[in-house]
Design a protein around this ligand. Structure first.
Ligand SMILES: Cc1ncc(C[n+]2csc(CCOP(=O)(O)OP(=O)(O)O)c2C)c(N)n1
Ligand SMILES: [Mg+2]
Length: 617
């Protein structure tokens, strides 16, 4: 049965726009008693066209597959096999990251004996009333398709269904086939034709002409339209079509985290990142907009500023999305379609209707952009005496060194928000921000996955010290496979982005910085002396310590010439942040508190909520 899985995956392809590739070209796995004799043996004996990769942690191998899928714009992914019990449940976080980010991954956790002769086997959950439940049932809410294969012949229906879901842009996410350990080694006479090459078309759904006409009618009435571009623009590979539509109509484009880099060349319509962590120029364009065209975005909380960002009276929404549920968000006129096809149709209709944002509005927005650039320059370009490097300066230095074909990955901590505000993708460096699940620990393995696509540029993995400590171990995998990644570790003594949030919503620092216990027993003593460079070096990375922009530039230049994993540790100023976007975010402070500071913060929050939040349904 396991041999059949290996043979089957070895001949599956995906195709779109005439481009065909292996759908699942490799499998990651950590073996235990649940899969060593099953899938482990299958890969050993028949894995010629399904190479095996060895990770250090099951959660990481799922993240690596997601980095791969992200860098391939969902045209392909990787498979992951685990043993039963903890190996399987270690993949749950990865499954959630996949499904929430709409990224495909095939998970193959082992399960306890289908025969039930033994039991409880090592690592088996004994459910008191439901004997057929195992820890793997925890994958059900996290998966877009789940099946437990209790007879080998069930593969005949389960595997094609798994491939269908992985390649369907509407349904894709984690696909889990739970494999009881005894069944993995059982024999079955599979028909030969089951192993014939098969190509799964990734379809482009055309928009409904009536919806396009309705959208253009709304757009014609608008004076201050804005576009919010999400990850769907990348997955649809609709960059050229987006730029053409925006430039034809003069509508400015704001990007979500997943949509960063949707506009990848200099253009007056490019406003950069939007939402809570975005630019002030983007925030003002959206706040004053009377028409919002959402493209390939779920319009998540960070983008809508907890529904506080659309401030204009009577604002209308049109939403292009391949997922109908997303297209209907905020009471939008839905265009349930592929982004590229919808943009082509919209551009033709807009041109015919003569839609064009007037000069005064475009000039106003250009003024806001110039003002914001000025604010950033004043904040970033000066080093403050006595302070360590600001994270903004770190990003600017990297941005200036990046070249076409490079990519930057980030998921949690201060980095994603700072990149959202600062990063200029017009130099040809891709930005892969995982901010759907914002999973600390995604970055290093996802960087390895991005490298596995065969891209030639540098793969920069940006992590804070807190994130590094949560999951540094895949550096070993990068070393093992000579999959070059360059970590840039921002050492600011702890979870500083959350501390900043805490200061704004509680008023006191508690439990976020990496400090020793003081005499009073609080975690408020000296910063802990942790040598991240020594740690990364011990795992196989070549390391640098950079304190200034010049040292960072030199380290980045030297790292580019390396072939193995690299890590550059930058000591950054703990409590220095970029200027905020001015967009509100609904994080409620305690309604009851003995602390006057917290009470005052709560009062301000209630005033803000009443003023800012406008719910759209
Ligand atoms: C797995 C996981 N746990 C907790 C969080 C909540 N969280 C978001 S950012 C953050 C702190 C990150 O610290 P660090 O990487 O040092 O970045 P910094 O905040 O200092 O920029 C935490 C704990 C998360 N996003 N993911
Ligand atoms: Mg930190």
């Amino acid at each position: 049965m396991s041999q059949a899985i290996v043979d089957y995956l070895s001949v599956q392809y995906s195709a779109r726009d005439g481009q065909r590739q292996r759908l699942i070209p490799a499998m990651f796995g950590i073996f235990g008693h649940g899969n060593v004799a099953g899938l482990g043996q299958g890969l050993y004996e028949r894995g010629r066209d399904l190479p095996y990769y060895q990770p250090r942690n099951e959660q990481s191998m799922v993240h690596a597959a997601l980095g791969y899928a992200r860098a391939m714009n969902r045209r392909a992914t990787l498979a992951c096999t685990s043993s039963i019990g903890p190996g399987a449940t270690n993949m749950l976080t990865g499954a959630a990251t996949a499904t929430i980010n709409r990224l495909p991954v095939l998970l193959l956790p082992a399960d306890y004996y289908a025969t039930r002769h033994q039991g409880p086997v090592l690592q088996q959950l004994q459910h008191p009333t439901e004997a057929d439940v195992s820890v793997n049932d925890a994958f059900r809410p996290l998966s877009r398709f789940f099946d437990r294969i209790t007879r080998p012949e069930q593969l005949l229906t389960a595997l094609p269904e798994a491939m269908r879901v992985l390649t369907d842009p509407v349904e894709t996410g984690a696909v889990t086939l739970s494999l009881p350990q005894d069944i993995q080694t059982e024999a079955y006479g599979f028909p030969r034709h089951f192993f014939a090459e098969r190509t799964w078309a990734i379809e482009r759904r055309a928009p409904d002409a009536a919806r396009i006409a309705e959208a253009i009618a709304l757009l014609r009435e608008a004076e201050r339209p804005v576009i919010i571009a999400g990850g769907g623009v990348h997955y649809s590979e609709a960059w050229t079509e987006l730029l053409a539509f925006a430039e034809t109509t003069g509508i400015p484009v704001v990007e979500t985290f997943a949509g960063r880099g949707a506009i990848r060349q200099e253009s007056p319509v490019r406003l950069g990142g939007g939402g809570v962590s975005g630019t002030r120029a983007a925030a003002r364009a959206v706040a004053t907009a009377d028409f919002v065209l959402a493209i390939g975005t779920r319009l998540a909380d960070f983008t809508t500023g907890s529904q506080g960002v659309f401030a204009a009276e009577g604002v209308r929404f049109v939403s292009i999305n391949i997922v109908s549920r997303d297209a209907h968000r905020l009471g939008a006129l839905p265009i349930v379609a592929d982004a590229r096809l919808a943009l082509v149709a919209l551009r033709e209709a807009a041109r015919a209707a003569g839609v064009r944002v007037d000069e005064a509005r475009r000039a106003e927005i250009a003024g806001w952009c110039a003002e914001w650039e000025d604010t950033l320059r004043r904040e970033i370009d000066v080093d403050r005496p006595g302070e360590r490097m600001a994270q903004g300066a770190l990003i600017r230095t990297l941005n200036a060194q990046a070249r076409p074909g490079d990519c930057v990955l980030s998921a949690a901590g201060g980095f994603p928000g700072d990149l959202q505000k600062l990063w200029d993708p017009t130099g040809g460096c891709d930005l892969f921000l995982e901010f759907g699940y914002s999973c600390m620990g995604w970055e290093i393995p996802a960087g390895i996955g991005a490298r596995m696509t065969g891209r030639s540029g540098e793969v920069y993995v940006l992590v804070g010290d807190g994130t590094y400590l949560m999951n540094p171990t895949e550096i070993v995998t990068a070393l093992q496979e000579r999959l070059k990644i360059t970590l840039v570790i921002s050492d600011n003594h702890g979870f500083q982005i959350i501390r900043n949030l805490q200061m704004g919503r509680v008023g006191h620092s508690f439990g976020n910085e990496f400090r020793a216990r003081d005499r009073a027993g609080h975690l408020a003593g000296d910063y802990l002396p942790v040598d991240y460079a020594a740690n990364a070096a011990s795992l196989g990375a070549r390391v640098w310590r950079a304190h200034t922009r010049e040292e960072l530039r030199a380290a980045l230049a030297e790292a580019r010439a390396e072939t193995g994993p690299c890590a550059i540790v930058v000591e950054t100023e703990p409590h220095r942040y970029l200027p905020d976007s001015g967009v509100w975010w609904d994080i409620a402070p305690a309604e009851v508190s003995d602390d006057p500071t917290t009470r005052e913060i709560r009062e301000r929050y209630e005033r803000d909520r009443a003023e800012r939040q406008r719910l759209h349904y």
